[in-house]
Design a binder for this molecule. Structure first.
Ligand code: NAP
Length: 523
């Protein structure tokens, strides 16, 4: 039997009492390790984190906690090679795709370490200015943000075992809130290894960082009124989290990052082969294939003027045709595997569902697998679908409703700008849309039009072709999350991320009392 990974809870490493759930190599098919959380005393573990971890973190100021993040970053950097080995084995990703997860996570952690240092030696954050409550200035109101006295439970998705940990843990720990992470079972190994390295280095106080690998059973039941839960995953599981008594009856604060039908839009007035057209083609092909399309932010719907449909179909397909698919250990391979057999089945099923309302412009099954056995490997070539014409775009509803979590996108022709905007909005709220064009006024007007239904609007004009950070790359400085269908959550966005882990309160007092609320060390 393979190694059973330990859980870290209650300030000690503990194994589950069951035989465990196996994790597999999605390319070779062999079992790698097992996870199990059976028999853990969850109530005691959550209490330990809340009481011991929380008190120890809150005793530090932002700058001191930022120093802990920096120390954790150093440990992770020293063990980076091991993380790449785990990613290739357990996620089946090529090196550049593993980097999006691993180095993306480390970059985010480093960004919050710097940001935390700039917050200085305070232990709370003033929120806005004092506001007078009466005729006289003597009695005023000052809003303050103080760290919540609970735990942050993270329930994460399988596609970002490294980044998904640190993009949440960095703002929480910086805020002074202890973290309990429950990674998705399929890829829990990398998360567990990172936590193990940091815990064994003795950086954070006991109880500040815990990990439970295996079943999610009973986790939500532990949550108390001042705890928070941040969930990333499917809309179906999100609905279970939202309706749990902890949220409904105990007012546990919840953040949801769910699935999203993200889009790319080429504005009118751009010719085939123009710089803006080429930038869209390149970005769409990249977004479809990075991490085999298993990115919550990946482009799923591509909107182009009707007259450019054929040219766009041809140009994107030509790029996709060059994508070599198969065993990520082979240097010739550009795109590795989906995470497991059930995701492979889900992608095939979703593709058939969409294809019933679209034509196939580039067929993923035309890609022979490199160095991988199709009967075992969870690999699939990229597929571009299309709705043929603007009338077809109106009648196709599945492309706006069904997220196929793999290398699949649909090209959608539109008549005019109003039509394009209406089609984009049929996604019912997304994490990100990207706009392509060279008319700066039209780009900014369109960005504002779409801002209310997107957490992020990524605008690519030819002048930023080399500088732009990528449609699907989540930068810690910018908001991540989206309204409606995308879950309604908000993460990152620089210092804004800390709000989720703080409670806002208004202190009403004399100006003399409020003067003490000004932090000793100014930012
Ligand atoms: P999932 O099946 O919903 O699982 C997500 C997490 O929830 C896993 O840790 C899972 O544990 C846990 N879980 C399952 N049932 C639960 C329950 N009843 N109570 C509490 N936790 C439960 O999602 P996934 O398949 O891992 O991830 C793919 C989806 O995530 C895609 O739809 C993608 O769009 C979305 N996603 C969104 C973002 C974003 O930031 N918006 C980022 C990444 C992914 P087990 O693994 O042990 O079942």
């Amino acid at each position: 039997m393979t190694e059973l990974l330990s859980n870290y809870l209650g300030g000690r490493w503990q194994s589950g009492t069951g035989t465990g759930t196996p994790l597999f190599d999605p390319v070779l098919g062999n079992e790698l390790v097992r996870v199990d959380a059976t028999g853990l005393d969850l109530a005691a573990g959550f209490e330990f984190a809340r009481e011991q971890g929380g008190a120890a973190l809150r005793a530090l100021n932002y700058r001191e906690r930022a120093a802990l993040l920096s120390a954790a970053l150093k440990v992770l950097q020293a063990n980076r090679d091991a993380y790449y080995d785990i990613a290739i084995a357990n996620s089946g990703t090529v090196k550049t795709d593993s980097a999006v997860d691993i180095d993306g996570g480390l970059f985010t952690l480093g960004t919050y370490a710097k940001l935390g240092d700039s917050l200085g030696e305070r232990r709370f954050m003033p929120d806005g200015d004092m506001a007078r409550l009466g005729k006289e200035l003597l009695f005023q109101s000052q809003h303050v943000l103080t760290p919540t006295r609970g735990v942050a439970l993270f329930i994460n998705a399988f596609n970002f075992p490294a980044w998904g940990l640190w993009e949440k843990a960095a703002p929480a720990l910086l805020s002074g809130v202890p973290v309990i992470i429950k990674p998705a079972t399929a890829t829990a190994w990398l998360t567990q290894r990172m936590v193990k390295d940091v815990v064994d280095a003795g950086i954070f106080p006991p109880g500040a960082l815990s990990i439970i690998c295996g079943s999610s059973a009973g986790l939500m039941d532990q949550l108390q009124p001042f705890d928070v839960v941040s969930f990333t995953g499917s809309a179906e599981t999100a609905a279970v989290i939202r309706s749990h008594p902890a949220v409904v009856q105990r007012s546990v604060r919840v953040n949801i990052e769910a699935d999203s039908l993200n889009s790319a839009l080429l504005l009118p007035g751009e010719a085939a082969g123009s710089p803006a057209f080429d930038l869209l083609v390149k970005e769409v092909a990249r977004e479809m294939t990075v991490k085999s399309g298993q990115k919550c932010t990946a482009i799923r719907r591509v909107f182009v003027p009707e007259a450019l449909y054929a040219a766009a179909a041809e140009a994107i397909s030509a790029r996709l045709a060059k994508t070599t698919v198969g065993n990520p250990r082979n240097e010739a391979v550009r795109m590795g595997a989906l995470v497991n057999r059930s995701q492979l089945a889900a992608v095939r099923e979703g593709l058939a569902h969409l294809a019933a309302q679209a034509e196939v412009l580039h067929d993923g099954s035309s890609h022979a697998l490199v160095d991988a056995d199709p009967a075992v490997a969870c690999c699939v070539g990229p597929t571009l679908l299309g709705t043929r014409n603007a009338a077809g775009s109106d009648s196709a509803d599945r492309i706006h409703d069904t997220e196929v979590f793999g290398p699949v996108a649909t090209l959608v022709p539109y008549r005019d700008t109003a039509h394009a905007l209406a089609l984009v909005r049929r996604g019912q709220g997304s994490l990100v849309t990207s706009l392509y064009g060279s008319d700066t006024a039209a780009l900014s007007a369109t960005a504002l039009e779409l801002a209310d239904s997107h957490g992020r609007v990524h605008v690519i004009s030819p002048d930023v072709a080399q500088l732009q950070t990528g449609h699907g790359n989540v930068m810690p400085q910018s908001l991540h999350g989206g309204p409606g269908r995308a879950g309604g959550g908000e993460e990152l966005g620089g210092v804004r991320a800390l709000n989720f882990y703080h409670r806002r309160s208004a202190v009403q007092a004399s100006t003399a009392v409020l003067a003490h609320l000004q932090p000793p060390t100014a930012v």
